[in-house]
Design a binder for this molecule. Structure first.
Ligand code: UDP
Ligand code: MG
Length: 320
């Protein structure tokens, strides 16, 4: 049988309302899995505090004090969900044989973990948690999320439909993930690039158990944009194609203008001149903007800044 120490990694940002219930339910699940012999006694629940402004870290430290099955990482400041998750994964990798990542609001049915672990024991390295449907999300959230997946895949970032960051990864899959050194993190796009044996489990998605969504529209849009520009050069291609199109039209216009001139039909076309100046100006700005977006990314990547900084790791003796 494969080694079976499980770490459940949970990024938390201002989750003091949800955390008590989450900790309780996750602990029950962990104890159940340990008792059933599927996972080892060294398994842990690891909370990653992503620079919360509320009592989240105090709660995590308390849980750790009270019960050895809880452990935690405190990031030096808020770095966003993806970076917090990566910090958790790469830290847990040292101790765990398999790692499940999930959100702190328990929107993802934790009972799917059983099946994920089964699949790991059968030899899978990556098991995606996939939502059956999104009927509990608001229409707006559902619509924007679906549009996002479709756009992402069309743009060339290979993501699993209706899969967020609820998944199991084996130790070697996480260490492979660590080899992707990019700073612009879009984990669910990178994970599909790792390979190995993969599978999916399906679950119903529930409502947030407490607190508010930490992903307002502004963050969602920037996440989508990040996803597209980190994975695809298609926008540049599209601009190039557009450039060709406009060039072609301008040749036709030139011929038309020349014919008009030589046949004596040329009129002072002020309106069309102004219109085309604006159109070309707009196109150029757009193109420069998109090219600039990639240059900006290159700039950030060449800096190779650390993607997260750990302030403190809660640890029991076993790890020291
Ligand atoms: N989160 C985080 N850092 C952030 C924002 C969110 O670690 O800057 C965590 C949050 O605590 C939660 C998960 O990421 O565990 C997903 O956030 P949320 O449930 O608010 O997103 P939604 O489900 O609404 O998309
Ligand atoms: Mg949520």
């Amino acid at each position: 049988m494969r080694d079976n120490c499980l770490y459940i990694v949970v990024p938390c940002y201002n989750e003091e309302d949800a955390l008590p219930e989450t900790a309780k339910q996750l602990l029950e699940k962990l104890m159940f899995l340990i008792k059933s012999g599927k996972i080892s006694k060294d398994s842990r629940i690891m909370f990653v505090n992503d620079g919360s402004k509320d009592k989240t870290w105090d709660l995590i430290a308390d849980y750790h004090k009270e019960c050895k099955y809880f452990t935690g990482i405190n990031l030096s400041r808020n770095r966003g969900h993806q970076n917090a998750l990566l910090a958790g994964l790469l830290t847990a990798e040292k101790y765990a044989d398999m790692i499940v990542s999930m959100d702190a609001d328990l929107q993802d049915d934790i009972n799917a973990v059983d099946e994920m672990v089964d699949k790991y024991l059968e030899g899978c390295d990556i098991v995606y948690g996939v939502r059956k449907d999104r009927s509990t999300d608001s229409f707006f959230k559902r619509f924007t999320a679906e549009a996002f997946y479709r756009l992402m895949n069309w743009m060339g970032a290979n993501t699993v439909f209706n899969h967020a960051d609820y998944r199991l990864m084996s130790k070697r899959a996480v260490s492979a993930l660590g080899e992707f050194k990019e700073v612009n993190l879009f984990l669910r796009g990178i994970v599909t690039m790792i390979g190995f044996r993969t599978d999916s489990v399906y679950y119903e998605r529930g409502k947030r158990i407490a607190g508010e969504s930490k992903y307002p529209l502004k963050k969602m849009l920037s996440f989508a944009f990040e996803g597209i520009t980190s994975f695809s050069t298609k926008p540049i291609r599209m601009i190039t194609a557009l450039g060709f199109g406009v060039f072609f039209i301008s040749i036709i216009m030139l011929i038309y203008a020349l014919i008009s001139y030589f046949t004596g039909n040329a009129v002072a076309g002020w309106a069309s001149m102004v219109a085309s100046v604006w159109a070309i100006g707009g196109l150029m700005l757009l193109s420069i903007g998109i090219v600039g977006e990639y240059i900006g990314k290159l700039y950030m990547e060449t800096k190779a800044r650390p993607r997260f900084i750990i302030d403190e790791i809660l640890d029991d003796e076993r790890h020291i």
